[in-house]
Unconditional design. Structure first.
Length: 237
């Protein structure tokens, strides 16, 4: 479940506003402290925002590790949001899409790339909005509905083994996201991968894989806070 309560400051509240705070909270998950790496536990985490003027990072910490703050000083005492303690989650499935009026079943790797930190950007009204990190755009991922399904992106490769599907991005930080292929659906998922020779990777901070129901996945797709791309299998040799 996304974070329900946050420890804030008046400055954070003023910068984000009520709508912005709700949006940020919906995209954050209280797993591990981004300062010490230990579990955040049951206490409300402290929100720490690093404001780089046109974009920002919002992250969760123990209050004892890093007090809540909106830091627009240009000075950070450590490398915050460096992914050292950032958790991610993945889920493998076959999802139905439409192609030429027919159902097109696509093997898919759903990725929540950061449970405890999100990227913010200013919109045209100078309101802070949660966005997918630019590195996914640079790899070729696009909003759902704007991708050629059978044209692989240039910035990632996929690999299928007997036990998992993995997608590796080929630019720094060279992240790899993998998910097991197991359970009753495993033969169907493997068959779809081999038939299509790739995987549809779908990235969103809204994904909750504790209960990955079709209704939840559809709601994430409808949010607009998604990037996706068709990733072909890596060529051997």
């Amino acid at each position: 479940m996304a974070v329900q309560n946050l420890k804030l400051t008046k400055k954070i509240e003023a910068k984000l506003g009520q709508e912005g705070l709700q949006q940020v909270a919906a995209h954050l998950w209280a797993r591990d402290c981004q300062t010490c790496g230990k579990s955040l536990g049951a206490e409300p985490p402290a929100l720490y925002v690093i404001d780089m003027h046109t974009y920002a990072f919002a992250e969760l910490n123990h209050e004892a590790c890093r007090t809540p703050d909106w830091n627009d000083s240009g000075f950070v005492t450590r490398n915050s949001s460096n992914d050292a303690y950032l958790s991610h989650e993945t889920f493998s499935a076959v999802l139905p899409f439409s192609k030429n009026g027919a159902v097109d079943l696509r093997p898919s790797l759903l990725v929540n790339p950061g449970l405890e930190a999100v990227w913010l950007e200013l919109d045209e009204q100078d309101n802070w909005q949660v966005q997918i990190e630019k590195r996914f755009d640079h790899a070729g991922l696009r909003p759902l509905g704007q991708i050629p399904m059978d044209s692989p992106v240039k910035g990632a490769t996929a690999k299928l083994t007997r036990s998992e599907i993995a997608v590796t991005f080929t630019d720094p930080p060279f992240s790899t996201y993998s998910a097991p292929i197991a359970g009753p659906s495993a033969p169907k998922i493997r068959a779809a991968h081999k038939d299509k020779q790739g995987v549809l990777v779908i990235v969103s901070h809204l994904f909750d894989f504790t209960t990955p129901t079709p209704e939840h996945i559809s709601a994430v797709f409808s949010s607009g806070k998604v990037r996706s791309g068709w990733v072909g299998f890596a060529k051997d040799g």
